[in-house]
Design a protein around this ligand. Sequence first.
Ligand SMILES: Nc1nc2c(c(=O)[nH]1)N[C@H]1C(S)=C(S)[C@@H](COP(=O)(O)O)O[C@H]1N2
Ligand SMILES: [Mo]
Length: 317
Amino acid sequence: MLIKRAPMFKASEITDPKLYFNRREFIAGAAALALLPRGAAAAAAPAGQLLKATRNQSFSISDPATKFESATTYNNFYEFGPDKDDPARLAHTLKPRPWTVQVDGHVAKPKTYDIDELLKLFPLEERVYALRCVEGWSMVIPWIGFPLASLLKRVEPTGQAKLVEFTTLQDPEQFPAQKPSLLGLSGIEWPYIEGLRLDEAMHPLTLLSVGMYGQVLPNQNGAPIRLVVPWKYGFKSAKSIVRIRLVSQQPKTTWEKAQSQEYGFYSNVNPEVDHPRWSQASERRIGEFMRRKTLMFNGYADQVAWLYAGMDLRKYY
Ligand SMILES: Nc1nc2c(c(=O)[nH]1)N[C@H]1C(S)=C(S)[C@@H](COP(=O)(O)O)O[C@H]1N2
Ligand SMILES: [Mo]
């Protein structure tokens, strides 16, 4: 078990990078990334292309949105490095066009979609969702996108399709932390893989997002297309997706591979089940001073609890 290699952690480090094994190499890799040049401020600037969408009020929470500035400069996107400011600093190397998304596996109509083709297929909606990171912070973001279910229905899952696997782009030219020379960051196996059960994937709350705050997704938030699963910890919401595969076996996800005793396949937001190294009972809403109580399923219990009826959520964390 990897945990044996874990150094003792100071409280101040608890909300820091999930990766604490290989810590020495990890820091070396992070130092190498820090030397990379800052991009044209473009990556972090609110200069994005506008994207029209109608707000879907019935799928939106009324909490005030996190400041755009915070939502685009305090991110986890390990392909750019382990620190929260690495994505905004380095994301200019990601090229969101041309881009294709391969949808395959157990489907009657597998297809590789060009991103612009995909954007024309479904009406875009704006939905205000909270996303809570497993590290204990949360943000409220007006996402723009369409339900994943719309795309899945189009490719017609067969009876063998039980789960969905999501794969992020693998390209060290675009994602500096994937460079083999940055071995220190290899605590993560690339590409980044996530997964959902088919019923979770088909749930109307599950969104494929292509924009936020009225504009196309900034690179650091997962351009050109990323998942948003608001009742699960943030890492389930895979960014910069190139493949969506319908499978019959539970995919081995990135964080399970890295630390299976800490990050399970389900990873539903659950204030009653603590992370082995910290409590999940409360969170810091970015921009707020006081911590707030974390809600079961991140506040979406009425909509999603039925998916887990009869399941022991301590076992299926
Ligand atoms: N490909 C990829 N997707 C990812 C991550 C990542 O490192 N790589 N980080 C995840 C984590 S831990 C969180 S909290 C959310 C953050 O999304 P945001 O930056 O848009 O807030 O993205 C998730 N998606
Ligand atoms: Mo996260």
